[in-house]
Design a protein around this ligand. Sequence first.
Ligand SMILES: Cc1cc2nc3c(=O)[nH]c(=O)nc-3n(C[C@H](O)[C@H](O)[C@H](O)COP(=O)(O)OP(=O)(O)OC[C@H]3O[C@@H](n4cnc5c(N)ncnc54)[C@H](O)[C@@H]3O)c2cc1C
Length: 418
Amino acid sequence: MIKNTVLISKKALSICIFSTDFKLNKFTYSLMEQLEQLIPPLTQLTEDEQMLKEAAADFAEASIKPLVEEMDEKAKLDPDLVKQFFEMGLMGIDIPEKYAGGGGTFMMSIVAIEQISRVDASAGVFMDVQNTLVNNAFVNFASDHLKEKYLPQLATEKVGAYCLSEAGSGSDAFALKTTAKEDGDHFVLNGSKLWITNANEADIFLVFANINPEEGYRGITAFVVERDMKGFSVSKKENKLGIRASSTCEILLEDVRVPKENVLGEVGKGYKVAIETLNEGRIGIGAQMIGIAQGAFDAALAYIQERKQFGKAISEFQGVQFQLARMATDIETARLLVYNAARIKMSGQKFLKEAAMAKFYASEVAEKIASQAIDLYGGYGYVKEYPVEKYYRDSKIGKIYEGTTNMQLSTIAKLLLR
Ligand SMILES: Cc1cc2nc3c(=O)[nH]c(=O)nc-3n(C[C@H](O)[C@H](O)[C@H](O)COP(=O)(O)OP(=O)(O)OC[C@H]3O[C@@H](n4cnc5c(N)ncnc54)[C@H](O)[C@@H]3O)c2cc1C
């Protein structure tokens, strides 16, 4: 509708623009004003986006912030917090209302992930995986039966996990070794998965396995596996540098019988499910990264106005002010890339390059800003009593998961050279 209005307005403008008629010129200017309103700045949020942003920010400040240090130390998400995420409607933001979801948009998920990650990146990735990978796969690829069965659970009470990576296949994800053998009206899954986010909290696992390894990636199929299915277990939990409260575990599959109706998407087309969901997921990781960068920046901004050296606040030194200005500019640049990728995706256009750029750049910025925030804190930045060392540790994951920085660069380069 907006697109059409813009086209009509442009046509009208081209007629009016050369006119010497005063009335027509007035009309031209008024049209131009309207056009400006129709194409809002990239960072201008709709009413719904703004409302969710504020709700997520308030929730993060009031309910997550007091728990951040303890959760990081214990390497565990607070179970009450998990419940609150569902109560807040943050686990099914763009699941359609008919499946008990929020009926929101992808951009709403992005602004919420950013706000939660600003306070805690572990909590950020907890909701990010649910919204941008698991729910996304169900909404876009599942049969009506699977949608009806699982989407209401994912929106209201059950955590999902996305199981693609294995010990021997990370960047080369489609070299996965987990197999699925047909047996009557079931597939029998065998293998193991590594690095699975939310594995400790999850009940619903989207597992990628190969039904015909000789066919290579064309055998990869996505299965919906439930935690209590026989032969399924969550194994070793990783002890990590950052996002420590987010669970990252190994998954074991030993003769797990999965009903055929639990194939998500088409048999042999799991690679498509993986590629498409991860393209979207990368924008979510970009949002997590700008949240981390903003959180580190906000802490540093407050600190430099309090900390006094040479008889004045360190924020009064021009050298510090220039550092601050560069940091803010870097964050804004990353945010523009992330929001632009999200808005392009929502408009239905191709967004592969933009998503890769957003994730690549936002993860670089997060690491850089968190490091500079430590610099601005001086020695206090290096100790756990202050928040910035955690932002630095948390930022590192951005360059690794959902495709390493090298893999993003390779995607961008491929598209440029096509
Ligand atoms: C905390 C955490 C959470 C995770 N959560 C999940 C999850 O929920 N689900 C899931 O499926 N996976 C998850 N992962 C796995 C993650 O996606 C992989 O770790 C990632 O894709 C990299 O794979 P790898 O670790 O095997 O590294 P490798 O692929 O071995 O890469 C090692 C290095 O080699 C480089 N490299 C590899 N191939 C190339 C190439 N062709 N060109 C240039 N450089 C290359 C990489 O860029 C990297 O620097 C998670 C990982 C972590 C650490």
